[in-house]
Design a protein around this ligand. Structure first.
Ligand SMILES: *Cc1c(COP(=O)(O)O)cnc(C)c1O
Length: 442
């Protein structure tokens, strides 16, 4: 069954979907928490294994000398692209007060807003897939071997080789930034397809890096479809598919291996008495799905992931509740698909998200846009951390989610991590507007 846009808007048609009562609730756009009934069921449908994560870890390590050289901001960490895990106690109590709720346990932020190159979580997946493609070309067509120092890939010889190939992707913004900057740095001919209303500074930054930016009118799938089309017409063009690429997904999963070490360094225990709850903003579900898959494989059963989505664009939740996954779009139940959380403005989940998350995701929650601006402003005031609107989504769902979890988990000894998915590249003037919007609402 494949629903086309606009087919299921009347409520009699909703009845034919799985879990019609929940779909009805989603359609009403009230913030809600949904607990996944298949959580922790045995599952042999997941198409990835733990060894896939370590394959990705090893590839990132091989490329570290190259990255340290071409992206000087990664030199201090020797080419490892990672973000800090930061306790946010002042925000914690201010947020409880502002929303009249109580969050037992300790609240942290995983600061992917500080990740080098794209200033967002997309530096994990997007760059990883470019690395993997470059490695494949360099081994097949050049004379790279796995034990070489990969800094050699920055030499003219390899740049000329890469210039014979093109890389393309469609994106609402941050994925385009990470793929565009990484691919252009290797020397690939790089084209990013974007919707016309994507932020102007992102397009300008890409063009300044030598990337060809093509703007499109139309709904949220148009840019990705255009990129796919471009690659279909040319065997030398490599298409990075935000709607289903396994490599993107695995690039994100590496975060779990890094987080395991950070938890140990900060003496944070994760076990039956000390659960770890992780709140992840979800667009197509690729970045939060990859991170969640990694966390469940690396940290085990006492880590629990919850996705955060706008009430107007709950793509992953709708896909999982109806079990139609990418075959249903938020337009099909009459939602607008509009949100100021532009990283989350995708009307349909990826092919992988619902399938891999079916038994690994505890649940998902929705928030109204006002809540992300309030959280963004309060986070700046109390912790001096600047995030973009999408990146505050994990904080925005806490007031609705916490009361629903309290009965089931030992929250007193819990660690909560809100994943801050982006922010550092946002120009100051844009950020001031977001901040002001939050201040007006508090
Ligand atoms: C892309 C993005 C997300 C969501 O990632 P998906 O893979 O689309 O689910 C969340 N926050 C920010 C800032 C993003 O750029």
């Amino acid at each position: 069954m494949h629903f086309k846009e606009g087919i299921i808007i009347d409520s009699s048609a909703l009845k034919h979907l799985k879990n019609p009562a929940i779909v009805q609730q989603i359609a009403q756009q009230e913030p809600l928490f949904w607990r996944n009934p298949h959580y922790n069921e045995p599952d042999n449908q997941v198409p990835f294994r733990q060894s896939d994560i370590f394959d990705a870890v090893a590839r990132w390590d091989r490329f570290a000398p190259y990255l340290a050289q071409v992206f000087p901001e990664t030199a201090a960490t020797k080419g490892i692209i990672e973000s800090p895990l930061t306790p946010i106690p002042h925000f914690h109590s201010a947020w409880e007060q502002a929303n009249h709720f109580s969050l037992p346990g300790n609240l942290y932020m995983k600061q992917d807003n500080q990740l080098p190159i794209s200033g967002s979580i997309k530096s994990r997946g997007g760059i990883y897939e470019v690395l993997k493609f470059a490695e494949q070309i360099a081994i097949q067509e050049g004379d790279l071997c796995y034990l070489d120092n990969y800094a050699v890939l920055a030499t003219p010889k390899y740049q000329q080789l890469f210039a014979n190939y093109a890389v393309t992707a469609g994106s609402t913004g941050n994925l385009g930034l990470s793929i565009g900057i990484a691919a252009a740095t290797f020397g690939f001919q790089t084209t990013i397809h974007m919707s016309r209303d994507a932020r102007a500074w992102k397009k300008a930054k890409l063009r300044a890096n030598g990337v060809n930016v093509v703007e499109h009118d139309g709904d949220c799938n148009t840019a990705v479809a255009a990129a796919r089309q471009q690659a279909e017409n040319d065997p030398h063009t490599y298409f990075i598919d935000d709607e289903g690429s396994p490599d993107l997904f695995l690039g994100y999963s590496v975060a779990a291996v890094r987080l395991q070490k950070q938890l140990k360094e900060q003496h944070i225990t994760v076990d039956a008495d000390h659960p770890l709850l992780v709140y992840l903003p979800a667009g197509v579900g690729g970045s939060p799905g990859g991170v969640t898959f990694g966390l469940k494989k690396i940290l085990g059963p006492h880590v629990h992931a919850i996705f955060a989505e706008p009430v107007t664009v709950p793509s992953v939740m709708l896909g999982m509740v109806t079990e139609l996954n990418q075959k249903i779009s938020v337009y099909d139940i009459g939602l607008s698909g509009q949100t100021q959380a532009d990283g989350l403005a995708v009307c349909r989940p990826s092919v992988l998200a619902g399938k891999v998350m079916r038994t690994l995701l505890l649940g998902a929650a929705t928030f109204a846009d006002d809540k992300i601006f309030q959280a963004l402003t309060l986070l700046a005031d109390t912790e001096n951390i600047k995030v973009e609107p999408s990146a505050a989504a994990g904080l925005a769902i806490l007031p609705t989610t916490t009361p629903q979890l309290a009965s089931q988990t030992l929250l007193n000894k819990a660690t909560h991590i809100a994943w801050a998915t982006g922010g550092n590249m946002v120009p100051d003037a844009d950020w001031q507007t977001f901040y002001q919007q939050g201040q007006d609402l508090l």
